[in-house]
Design a protein around this ligand. Sequence first.
Ligand SMILES: O=C(O)COP(=O)(O)O
Ligand SMILES: [Mg+2]
Length: 230
Amino acid sequence: MGSCFMSTGPFSCILFDLDGTLVDTAPDLTGALNHVLALNKLAPVSVDHVRDIVGLGARVTIERGFFHYGRTLTDDALDEALEQFLAHYSANICDTSVLYSGVEESVKGFRDAGLKLGVCTNKTEHLSVSLLEQLGLAHCFDTICGSDTVPNRKPHPDHIHAALARAGGNAAASIMIGDSQADVDSAKAAGLPVIAMSYGYTAVPAHALGADVVLDAFSDIPNVLANWKR
Ligand SMILES: O=C(O)COP(=O)(O)O
Ligand SMILES: [Mg+2]
């Protein structure tokens, strides 16, 4: 039964990106990437650099991390680096990662209001579930749809369609909230409006992503949804 305390305008389902939108994962991702770089005798990269190269999944992040040093890995070397990365990351996934300010209250409020909620992330499904469980928020989502949950990940619209289907949402009454070009492009291609969070991970300014709305604070989302004009 939905509560009457929160209006969410025309929306009955919200999809959220994970890294850089719900959770500040960049420091733990940086730890895992620097572990792999060190195994390859390369110097660590900064968290700020990692914030620019996250968004298309761990494999692309690693590829970009090596590219920073002018190194291009063969497919086999990249497979091995990905294994090293995932071993380190899965053991340290919630060392410093935290929910962004306002996320817990807002997501629980949406849940209490009876909305369908889904996570649509380019992090793999089991890591996404593990992270959100450790942060105490996994139970709030009807689905946690990772990069390996579907054949075509973001920026492909299939990822959005799959997350909607799994959440029990319908495209005409749904919205995507993310932080990267992949989020904006996949949502638009799937016909969903999209909000970009300006604090997230993107190499270009959030205003240049082409989102319908750009917000600085997660706690602003409920008001923006309640007053949404189509
Ligand atoms: O793992 C990544 O590269 C990005 O994950 P996200 O889709 O949750 O931002
Ligand atoms: Mg993201």
